[in-house]
Design a protein around this ligand. Structure first.
Ligand SMILES: Cc1cc2nc3c(=O)[nH]c(=O)nc-3n(C[C@H](O)[C@H](O)[C@H](O)COP(=O)(O)OP(=O)(O)OC[C@H]3O[C@@H](n4cnc5c(N)ncnc54)[C@H](O)[C@@H]3O)c2cc1C
Length: 328
């Protein structure tokens, strides 16, 4: 069965810190807001989240629960458990007919999850806060240690790894910068490129000056005893003892609901927005992890959500009056 609602100000796709923070600001501006959330947050792999002032060390799912509770306390807030599957623009006439004064509007379709009904939301604006999906290097046991011994965010999980024998595993060209960042955490670091040619000889020389070794051989797998990581096994069978560290996943902004190539992305596949948070499609905004430059942290996502919510609100106020976009 499908659930159809009254037209809303903003349909927010994604109920993580970015989406719910934007939602909270917008309901407090007397906007009717619907959040569609598939409830598959990237940080579900980890037990504690760090660095969010007033919530340092709290489980990330608890942060989400509190955020949702605060948002849903407002009468114009709604969270729908659904995966947004299609976002299509309304024609100008359709948008005006449903009461959107600037002739901009969207139809957002979602497939219900966990037994919830399918949803259709008609909204003046769309805010994408869908977070990232990530592909880890292709090693059979890596997922077993991801979120415990191995993490992706140095700012989030570095402190707990201070002075330990660490790895950095990745196949992308930003490995050198990440190695420098981790050098603040531990001087016992080995960078594993897994056969990819992503650290230049000059970078390797700079790293060796601060005691960081680069290991270019192919990795076979991560090894461990029960839940504890104990090392990295190379394809030639050598095991290099390590207790944990960092992995650089390849990230992907999950915006298939817009159709192929509908939206501008940068070279990393993240969503390009202007300084107000609007994407290359008029009326569609984006916030949180899917927008550069990061760092990809809860506090940044929540702050971004609040900042872009203010711009969205002003866009709708000005749109109703026909006085253009610029909000000086
Ligand atoms: C292992 C790990 C550990 C981390 N630890 C920390 C930490 O300690 N401290 C910290 O600050 N940060 C940490 N992070 C990063 C933090 O989780 C993110 O920066 C933050 O959650 C980003 O918020 P977001 O709202 O942009 O995206 P997310 O939190 O990823 O939320 C996106 C939401 O959108 C939903 N969604 C996606 N597609 C759709 C769709 N089509 N329709 C409907 N819903 C959709 C998802 O299910 C999800 O609920 C960690 C991340 C990982 C992976």
């Amino acid at each position: 069965m499908q659930e159809t609602e009254l037209p809303v100000g903003v349909a927010i796709i994604g109920g993580g810190p970015a989406g719910l923070s934007a939602g909270l600001q917008l309901v407090r501006a007397n906007r009717r807001i619907t959040v569609l959330d598939s409830n598959r947050p990237r940080h579900a792999a980890t037990l504690r989240s760090h660095g969010f002032l007033t919530r340092d060390g709290v489980p990330p799912l608890e942060v989400r629960r509190l955020a949702r509770e605060e948002f849903e306390a407002y009468p114009t807030a709604k969270v729908v458990q659904a995966v947004a599957s299609e976002v299509t623009p309304l024609t100008r006439d359709e948008a005006i007919a449903v009461g959107f004064p600037d002739g901009i509007g969207f139809r957002v379709r979602g497939t219900g999850v966990r037994g919830a009904a399918d949803a259709e939301v008609i909204s003046r604006r769309v805010l994408i806060a869908a977070g990232l999906t990530e592909d880890l290097p292709d090693l059979p046991m890596i997922r077993a240690y991801y979120g415990t011994a191995l993490h992706s965010c140095v700012e989030c999980d570095g402190f707990e790894k201070s002075d330990k024998p660490l790895v950095l595993i990745g196949e992308t060209s930003d490995l050198f910068a990440r190695a420098l960042l981790i050098s603040r955490i531990s001087s016992d670091l080995i960078v594993f490129t897994n056969g990819a040619d992503t650290i230049t000889p000059a970078q390797e020389e700079q790293l060796s000056k601060i005691g960081i070794r680069v290991e270019r051989r192919q990795i076979d797998d991560i090894v461990g005893e029960k839940a504890d990581m104990t090392g990295v096994r190379l394809a030639d069978g050598e095991v290099i003892p390590r207790v944990g560290g960092f992995v650089r996943p390849r990230w992907h902004a999950p915006v298939e609901f817009l159709g192929e190539n509908a939206i501008e992305r940068d070279d990393w596949g993240l969503v390009v927005v202007d300084k107000r948070g609007e994407t290359s499609v008029r009326g569609i905004y984006a916030v949180g992890d899917i927008v550069p430059p990061g760092p990809q942290q809860i506090v940044i996502a929540a702050g971004d959500g609040a900042r872009v919510a203010a711009k969205l609100n002003m866009d709708m106020i000005r749109g109703a009056l026909g006085v253009g976009l610029i909000d000086e």
